[in-house]
Design a protein around this ligand. Sequence first.
Ligand SMILES: Nc1ncnc2c1ncn2[C@@H]1O[C@H](COP(=O)(O)OP(=O)(O)OP(=O)(O)O)[C@@H](O)[C@H]1O
Ligand SMILES: N[C@@H](CCO)C(=O)O
Length: 376
Amino acid sequence: MAKSSFTIRVPATSANIGPGFDVIGLSLSLHLTLTVSTADSEQYSPPKITYSGEGADEVPLDPYKNLTTRVALYVLRCHSIYKFPSNLTIHAHNEIPFGRGLGSSGAAVVAGVLLGNELGGFNLPTSRMLDFALMVERHPDNVTAALIGGFVGSYLRELDHAATEAASVPLSEVLPEYPADAGEDWGMDPPMPPQGIGHWVRFAWTSEINAIAIIPRFELSTAKARSVLPQEYSRKDLVFNLQRLAVLTTALGQSPPDPELIYEAMKDRVHQPYRKHLIPGLPEVLAAVTPSSHPGLLGICLSGAGPTILALAVSNFEGIAKDVEAVFKRHGVDIDWKLLQVSGACPDLEHAKGTCRSLNCRFQALRYVPVVLDDA
Ligand SMILES: Nc1ncnc2c1ncn2[C@@H]1O[C@H](COP(=O)(O)OP(=O)(O)OP(=O)(O)O)[C@@H](O)[C@H]1O
Ligand SMILES: N[C@@H](CCO)C(=O)O
């Protein structure tokens, strides 16, 4: 009886970093880890999921409802495999809090793509795996940083008419909640992702910069936080963000990092001002903690769609976190905080393309890159 097992580990991510709305993301040292095994047997038995850690009390354990396994099944079905392998067991251990702006859904989606790829033995290139992830989570910043690792910028290619249609299918058709007893008789084939939807580059990251995640104890869904954004922006506000984004992507790779440059470059006028009423205390938090009031701080912003605050700093981590906590407390919001590391940029071309999966990469920080480890 053949038996195989493997582990998939995908990092949390922080998107936007101030001015880079839907463009830049960082992978962070909190993980979603799947421990997977399959075993051949004469009789088919359906997948069994167990789950521990963040979200354990709310995540569905039915493989046809769970986000990660639905994504894996989508990848399998796109390759004409209509059911999970027999005797599949998955234990998910999750350190990424749900709905806080730390990319929990992006990590779950990327884990699903890696799982589908591994179960099917497809050996898909990274760019193709990103296509699948982008059919599910349609802004590229979290999923690209989760898949590639490090400090990453990405854009979506302008698709031709047919590809635009293919990529615009409603999520419910990409990921229907399959009835568990439907067997292979699904009706429609799933929509194939167009080729080469997302493109990315990994920026340099200075290893002395750490990330403080100050995490309010309430959830804010990305969908809700996106629904409050305007459809149009003034030229003034767009130029404000573009100027800062251009500086930020290089400034965070320079050693020693320059607090004056980075603090200003992490300001934003595209999403944070519109989200402030969803996060009590946000404007005060952003105004109260500066490099002059808190030496060691480089910059501060909303992490992803919030409500987590991301402070980048080289020292004084606890002092910064405690003062943000005090501001939130005045607004009746309790928080938890974590000191996290960001993966760095490896100058090796293979790594820069995101194809390196080595755990022994000499660039220490690459250990946060998502990995599939063969435990067999
Ligand atoms: N490990 C997981 N397994 C299954 N479902 C998950 C997992 N992680 C997240 N989800 C689903 O994703 C939802 C959270 O997604 P949402 O996009 O609102 O927030 P987020 O990804 O944590 O934040 P952001 O996108 O701003 O960084 C959860 O409520 C849950 O339904
Ligand atoms: N760029 C996205 C990230 C959400 O995770 C947003 O801010 O809505």
